[in-house]
Design a protein around this ligand. Sequence first.
Ligand SMILES: Cc1cc2nc3c(=O)[nH]c(=O)nc-3n(C[C@H](O)[C@H](O)[C@H](O)COP(=O)(O)OP(=O)(O)OC[C@H]3O[C@@H](n4cnc5c(N)ncnc54)[C@H](O)[C@@H]3O)c2cc1C
Length: 408
Amino acid sequence: MEETFDFAVIGGGAAGLAAAVAAAAYGDRTAVFEKNNAIGRKISASGNGRCNLMNSGTLKYFGDSVFALEVLRAFPQNALKAAWEDLGIRLCEESEGRMYPCTFQSATVTDAFKIRLKTAGVRIFLQCPVKELRKENSLFLLSTEQGTFRAERVLIACGGSASPKLGGSESGYELLQHFGHSILPPKPALCPLTTDSKSISGLSGIRVKGGVTLKDADDHILQKENGEILFTETGISGICVMQTARQAEPGTFIELNFAGRIFTDREKLVQALMRRQQNVSDFGPEVILSGILVPKLAYAVLKQAGTDMKGRKAGDLSTDEIRKIAEKCFGYRLTVTGNRGLEEAQVTVGGVNCSEFDPGTMESRRIRGLHAAGEVLNVDGDCGGFNLMFATASGILAGLNGRKVLPL
Ligand SMILES: Cc1cc2nc3c(=O)[nH]c(=O)nc-3n(C[C@H](O)[C@H](O)[C@H](O)COP(=O)(O)OP(=O)(O)OC[C@H]3O[C@@H](n4cnc5c(N)ncnc54)[C@H](O)[C@@H]3O)c2cc1C
């Protein structure tokens, strides 16, 4: 016999689980359909397993950003914090408004969801991808390998295409397209960059704190970030680098500033290098940067500065050469060739056109009872908890469907 639910959630990620909790609090017979063998795989991976759940600061969203702000006006940060606390999760705030569970373990979040869903009697169907969704009269029909299910309301919370290993797919877009919704093509955001091989040669594995400036082909600044930069086999990574991925097209440039944290301007570095030259004059030219940069990076900087190193010593460097080295310490240049793709992206740019949904209930303006929430929508946030925050806030609104939040 086909089972009927009041509310069927497709996708057991942050958006879907938050929605199920909110709806079940009202006694809605609720089911979650998840294609993976566990719920919350992306929650588990988030924030390096620490799970940066939300952000208390200024909202930073892209894509249909106005829609994202409307969602977070309808379910603001303080309400979200209260919802986490109601679920049993105490939050701690770190730098830049980043909020984590006080345990700093993502398992705390998935466990809290599991406990609450069980208490509320929410049915969870694992390894159960929804293959087809259609509407007959007033009921939705969900086709799965475990049977066909009926529901009065359905939430598509299938996430975006980013990170397929953790469940990312185009499935949500396809289900919504079937109902006439429009999709902006998915692209990677928050993703490591690939660069020309020459400027990263021998640097893989090196981490350095510094500034990242993204420039276009005409040398105009597109974006500036600060933080930890990680050199990889194919380019660069680190949060500050990944933040540039939505704009870093092939042919743009990245300039890395390794010296700005130590020296206020280039001239101060030139003076320091000239003093240092006297102390290390009998050593290799790259030793002039010892104490500022690790040897491999110092060598790369001298190479990019065009320093002739063959058979020479630090004491042989001219003032002009030292100036060029200082210049490269403030702007080590890499040519962007692309990024590591959706495979390694944390979030998707693009997705379902938000203007086709109501930001108060996440209900489709086309199909009554059909909702969408989370990353499947054309909203992506900065690093810092903004993506999980949008996913959970929009999920809760979908679960509530215009009702007030109700603790269990
Ligand atoms: C490595 C990594 C680290 C991250 N760190 C952070 C962070 O610290 N802070 C932050 O805010 N954001 C972070 N993000 C982004 C954040 O995790 C996501 O934006 C957020 O989890 C999206 O939630 P969602 O519920 O919309 O989608 P998802 O979490 O992707 O959930 C969708 C679920 O739907 C399932 N599904 C898809 N299609 C079907 C179908 N047809 N039938 C049944 N099930 C289906 C998928 O298997 C998946 O479980 C990170 C992402 C990654 C990959």
